[in-house]
Structure formats: structure tokens, C-alpha cells
Write a new protein. Structure first.
Length: 259
């Protein structure tokens, strides 16, 4: 436990020094508030731009709060998730490539503590960013489009936090398995690109970790989803397996560290 605490402090210090806990939340906040503000003021933006043909008019749909929160989730699942998993995908392998891991591996360090410290910090970074992003989206959505039930909003955010923890576990697993560049490429294919594939052909199945974020948004609509619990359990199981494989790969590939 003492080793885990020391490594956890190390990871938090590195994240603070690289300003990850500043720019990552700011990114998610920007993504969260962009859709409510842009859609609400779209007509004013178009009028301000000018140079529109005479008689040109735009009829904007009437959005409900769930539409804006779903749009914010889509923003998090695209740019936000890509930035987060790229950050996590280099946490283990980058230390092996630049020789920093040598200072750690020469000591009697538990590989479980090493992996879990990185997963804890990366997960905390992702969850803090997502919570602040949703808070910004919720603030402007409630002001401009109407209120949302607090408990439904909390359930949605907690569901997305589980997805964040799963994504970080997968990214770190690939970071332990492969070299940095290849780990990033595989992580992007498995997570963000898989979300795009899910949106295209996902109607043929109902239980998948890639559906968890969308199922979380359905809490806002207060609709029962019979597949939510099964999807949540599957996501947690796969997350645990990714952590186990990541720990094993960290130990196995420790010999590839550059000196």
C-alpha cells in the first residue's frame, strides 16, 4: 500500500506539472457549453455573419434539454475521448522508451501498484474533466432550454464516469502491450473509431460497452432500458480484464525499457 501511495503521488505531481488537470477540464468544458450556446444563438450568428442571399431564412428545430446533453456527450465521445485516450496510451510505454522507467524498475516495485497508480490518476483526470464538462453543458441547457431532473443528470454523469474508467483501462492496457505510437493507433481504433462504427451498425446488438454513454443519456428522458444493467456489468467486467492484462503486460515488457 505504501508503494502505491508513493507512485500515486508521483503520477499526480507529473500531471499537475504538465497542466493536464488544467487544459483537459477546460477542453471538456468548452465541448460541453459549445452545443447549447451555438444552437441557441445560431440565428444571431448567421445574421452577424451577413452576406446571406436576399430572402434567405433558417428554421431551427426546437431542441429539448436531452437533445443538448446528448450532443455534448457526442462531443465528449469524439474529440474529448481521443485526447484523453492518447494521453493515457503513452503513460506506461513512454516511460519505457525514454528510460524513466529504469529508475522505477530497479527498485522492488509492485507492478500492480505501478499500473493502478497510473489508472487512478488517468481515471481521475477523465472523470473530473467529464463532470465539469457536463456541469457546463447542464448550466447553459437549463438556462436556455429548460431544467433537467437532478437525479437523472447525476445518473447520466456517473454512467459516463464508468465509461471513462473503462476507456482509460483499455488505453493503459495497450500502452503496456505495445510501443507508444502503435498503442495510440490501436487505442484510437478500438475506442473512438469503434464508437463511430457502433453508431452506424449498432442497431444489430443491444449490449456493448460502446452503448453505455448513450444509455446514460436516456436517464434524462426517464425511459427504462432493459439492457442498461447488462451493459454496465459487461463494461465493468471488461474493465477488470483490461486492468489484469495491463498489469501482466507491464511486468512482461519491463525488460524492454531503454537504459
Amino acid at each position: 500500500m505504501k508503494t502505491f501511495t508513493v507512485l500515486l503521488q508521483k503520477e499526480f505531481r507529473e500531471s499537475w506539472r504538465s497542466y493536464k488537470f488544467l487544459w483537459m477540464p477546460l477542453l471538456f468544458i468548452f465541448l460541453g457549453i459549445s452545443d447549447p450556446l451555438t444552437n441557441y444563438y445560431m440565428e444571431d450568428i448567421l445574421n452577424a455573419v451577413g452576406n446571406m442571399p436576399e430572402g434567405f431564412s433558417v428554421t431551427l428545430p426546437d431542441y429539448a434539454p436531452i437533445d443538448l446533453l446528448k450532443a455534448s456527450t457526442g462531443q465528449f465521445q469524439s474529440l474529448g475521448l481521443i485526447v484523453l485516450v492518447i494521453t493515457a496510451a503513452g503513460m506506461i510505454n513512454r516511460e519505457r522508451q525514454n528510460g524513466t522507467a529504469t529508475l522505477i524498475y530497479v527498485r522492488p516495485v509492485s507492478y500492480i501498484a505501478l499500473f493502478m497508480s497510473k489508472w487512478t490518476v488517468a481515471g481521475a483526470l477523465g472523470m473530473v474533466s467529464a463532470i465539469l464538462g457536463y456541469a457546463g453543458s447542464m448550466y447553459y441547457t437549463s438556462i436556455l432550454y429548460g431544467p433537467v431532473e437532478a437525479m437523472a443528470f447525476i445518473q447520466m454523469v456517473l454512467t459516463y464516469c464508468v465509461w471513462i474508467l473503462f476507456s482509460v483501462a483499455v488505453a493503459l492496457m495497450f500502452s503496456a502491450l505495445f510501443k507508444t505510437a502503435f498503442a495510440m493507433a490501436v487505442t484510437i481504433i478500438v475506442l473512438p473509431v469503434a464508437i463511430m462504427i457502433e453508431s452506424l451498425i449498432g442497431q444489430y446488438w443491444h449490449i456493448s460497452p460502446w452503448k453505455l454513454a448513450d444509455y446514460g443519456v436516456q436517464f434524462i428522458a426517464q425511459t427504462d432500458n432493459e439492457y442498461y444493467v447488462k451493459t454496465l456489468l459487461l463494461t465493468v467486467i471488461l474493465m477488470v480484464l483490461a486492468i489484469i492484462l495491463g498489469i501482466f503486460s507491464t511486468r512482461k515488457n519491463s525488460g524492454t525499457t531503454k537504459i
